[in-house]
Design a protein. Structure first.
Lengths: 122, 466
């Protein structure tokens, strides 16, 4: 970066206004131009075609939560495989060994989760 | 490097050991022996033998080695004292060990970092096990509350830390400490606003981790709510690591533009000491009292950041001596609290009435550690404060030294409130005489008391190692 003046950030400012302007314009336009047919069927929330029943804010079993968290955990850890796959040839045997170590620790964690019965439903 | 790998494997080992119902005493022994072995290896192999790894992301120089040894040593002593705490717990004991060890791995990365990415990683690896440990008493409402509080605030601070690192990267183009330092040396006069905002974001995040005012509000609630053993861990080992990172970042990396941040540190140190010691006077719960006392100690340690113009080895010696003396005195006092809590369910100061008569050994440990925390000679705490104040005056911050001395006198008042309860009050019931400690506990406790006194008489053992 040669200069460091506020004017250098002008493109970012313009882009910001264009982005905000697009959102505002489309929202206003659809409300003005679009047809309005207010009926019970139209205003109901869409649940894959099934009629919705009751309130969504019910207490539910903590097990769902645990499973969801563990899913996110392992899901995110597997993302580390992608950069390795892309650079598989360049990293060579070094990368392979590193990945083996990583997978070992991952599987130890998985083993722990299963042995502690965190995934048992009953 | 060896320290990081072997401790990680140790953590995994004790996690798996819990699954197979391995004897928890055996796991504890293996953990302590491994930690002490790693300590010995680090001190013996890396001292005066700079050692960079991972493309200069970690650098085990003498400073990092000293702090690593302090962290490992304090952890080992704490684990040796854990018997009273774990005797009341039935489940998941090895998980406690493994989480503590994982946390220590993060701390080693924190004190040895040479790259801001590694600092972030270290802080995260340290904090995430702590969030769990703080809330480890699942049925206790206070424990849950403090875990949630600590997690929410800690996660938010992590965001601020990352933002600071990003802004500094944006201006200097590097995460590497030496590159950032040389950038500051070249552009010391015209530092841009972005850089300053980044620097103060980092300052805020680090101040949160060491609970310096005005970022200290989480400390009393979290320290009171968490299990006592974890409180001891947080107020000693975590504090060492926090200051290790703080000092490495500001004293070494940001030294060329010290004019920018010394005023902020001045104000923060004065505020931290004053708020900590004045609020501590009104506390009736010993864990809350020690939380405020740890805040005010953090203030004294912050002062050492102001010695940028002093000789480097002198400043290193002063902070390291303070950290060591604070840590061993606190651990000794917490070992007494854990012993008392085993027979009494409360942590109020009244629970300690008549302790000296019922159990003279615990009385002596408490007396020496409290004297050291209050800063009375001939204990280590006295010289720790002395060295800090000496260099404060030498650096020209006379007013700050005056504030610190005034608060040290207030400190004597609230520390002695505990001591009076232990020595001069009559016990309400006979439960205190039921405390039974193992021989190992007694030996370690006596060694610790001797250590506090020896450090106070021969300070050069620690003060002039750099």
């Amino acid at each position: 970066m040669e200069t460091n003046l506020p004017v250098d950030y002008l493109p970012i400012l313009i882009q910001f206004f264009v982005a905000a302007g697009f959102v505002v314009t489309t929202m206003v336009l659809t409300h003005l131009v679009g047809p309005k047919r207010d009926s019970k069927n139209k205003l109901e929330s869409f649940e894959c075609g099934i009629e919705s029943v009751g309130n969504a804010r019910n207490p539910f079993s903590i097990k769902y939560f645990l499973t969801a968290i563990l899913f996110v955990l392992f899901d995110v850890e597997v993302i580390f495989m992608y950069p390795w796959a892309v650079n598989f040839r360049e990293l060579g045997i070094f990368g392979f060994v590193e990945m083996l170590i990583f997978m070992t620790f991952l599987l130890v964690g998985f083993f722990y989760v299963i042995k502690r019965k965190a995934l048992d439903w009953e | 490097m060896v320290a990081l790998i072997s401790l990680s494997i140790l953590g995994v080992f004790s996690m798996i050991a819990g699954l197979f119902n391995v004897n928890t005493k055996a796991v504890l022994t293996i953990s302590i022996v491994t930690i002490l072995g790693v300590l010995g290896f680090t001190a013996g192999f890396h001292w005066n033998n700079d050692y960079s790894r991972f493309y200069d992301m970690l650098n085990f120089d003498n400073y990092a080695v000293a702090f690593t040894c302090a962290i490992l040593g304090s952890t080992a002593i704490l684990l040796l004292f854990s018997e009273h705490f774990f005797s009341n717990i039935k489940q998941y004991i090895t998980e406690y060990y493994s989480l503590i060890i994982f946390s220590v791995v993060g701390m080693i990365a924190m004190v040895a970092f040479d790259n801001l990415a590694m600092l972030f990683l270290g802080i995260e690896i340290m904090s995430v096990p702590l969030y769990i440990l703080v809330g480890s008493q699942k049925k206790n409402l206070l424990s849950n509350e403090s875990s949630l509080k600590y997690f929410l605030m800690g996660a938010f601070t992590t965001g601020i830390l990352l933002m600071g690192i990003t802004l500094i990267y944006g201006e200097t183009g590097s995460f590497d400490l030496s590159t950032i330092q040389s950038y500051f040396q070249e552009n010391a006069t015209d530092s841009s606003p972005i850089l300053l905002v980044g620097l103060f974001f980092l300052l805020a995040a680090m101040a949160f981790k060491v609970s310096a005012a005005p970022f200290h509000f989480w400390t009393p609630d979290v320290y009171q709510g968490s299990p006592t053993f974890i409180t001891a861990f947080m107020s000693t080992v975590v504090k060492i690591a926090g200051f290790g990172a703080f000092f490495r970042l500001f004293y070494i990396c940001f030294a060329p533009i010290s004019e920018v941040w010394t005023t902020a540190i001045w104000v923060m140190a004065a505020l931290t000491i004053t708020i900590g010691s004045i609020t501590a006077v009104f506390q009736n719960d010993i864990k809350r009292l020690l939380a405020y006392s740890s805040i005010s100690h953090a203030g004294y340690m912050l002062i050492s950041l102001l010695m940028v113009k002093n000789v480097e080895s002198e400043a290193f010696g002063a902070i390291f001596y303070y950290v060591i003396s604070y840590s061993i005195s606190s651990i000794a006092l917490f070992s007494v609290i854990m012993a008392v809590q085993k027979v009494k369910d409360s942590s109020s100061i009244d629970a300690f009435k008549g302790l000296a008569k019922a159990n003279p050994l615990l009385g002596i440990i408490a007396a020496v550690s409290i004297a050291s925390l209050a800063g009375l000679p001939p204990t280590a705490g006295f010289l720790a404060k002395f060295y800090i104040l000496k260099s404060t005056v030498e650096s020209g911050y006379v007013w700050l030294a005056l504030i610190a001395v005034t608060n040290a006198i207030i400190g004597i008042f609230y520390y002695f409130k505990v001591l009076i309860a232990i020595y001069f009050k009559e016990a309400e019931d006979q439960s205190l005489s039921l405390i039974a400690s193992s021989l190992a506990y007694k030996i370690v406790a006596v060694l610790l008391v001797i250590g506090i006194l020896v450090l106070g008489i021969f300070p050069d053992l620690v003060y002039s190692i750099f």
